[in-house]
Ligand binder design. Structure first.
Ligand code: SF4
Length: 169
């Protein structure tokens, strides 16, 4: 029996791979089921010639409402860390491994849920396309989900934090 092909973001990639065309195409991505409950796609932001790319897990509640990455509590923490490292935020490209907010209701709140491996894999074509469009010298994974997407295996942050990995792209 023929194996059913899983859909992914690859089905929605545009022919032209500029950041603008990628961002526009990602707005209508249905590569996994996460688009159904999210307000909008939250694509990466930052300069096209950034040498450093930061990759988080997924948009949170505020990011989902506002449509920009790292604008909620995690964004404030990131701003603090960047300020301590003396890295201007507007010089880095900031994105997420997964571009839609995954959440469940808890009373009136929308509680973050970790994306599944299947959802991380489905969304990876966007992250790969962002990397190919920008060619950063360094990609910093902000957590285990970003590392899973980039390295292609489970990464224990407690054991591998700060480690460098060479990549082909
Ligand atoms: S999470 Fe990624 S693959 Fe899934 S619908 Fe959103 S943009 Fe597409």
């Amino acid at each position: 029996m023929a194996k059913l092909r899983q859909s992914s973001a690859a089905d929605f990639l545009p022919k032209q791979r500029t950041l603008e065309s990628l961002r526009a195409a990602a707005r209508s991505c249905k590569g996994c089921d996460l688009y159904k409950n999210a307000t909008q796609t939250v694509f990466g932001e930052g300069p096209k010639d950034a040498t450093v790319m930061l990759v988080g897990e997924q948009p949170g509640d505020m990011e989902d409402r506002q449509g920009h990455p790292f604008v909620g509590p995690a964004g404030r923490l990131l701003d603090k860390a960047l300020a301590e490292a003396r890295i201007p935020r507007d010089e880095v490209y900031i994105t997420n491994a997964v571009k839609h907010f995954k959440w469940i209701h808890r009373g009136k709140r929308r509680l973050h849920q970790k994306p599944s491996i299947r959802q991380v894999i489905a969304c990876k074509p966007w992250l790969e396309a962002e990397i190919q469009a920008i060619h950063p010298k360094v990609v910093v994974c902000l957590g285990a989900t970003a590392a899973l997407s980039m390295v292609g295996r489970t990464v224990r942050i407690t054991q591998e934090r700060g480690k460098f990995f060479d990549t082909d792209s």
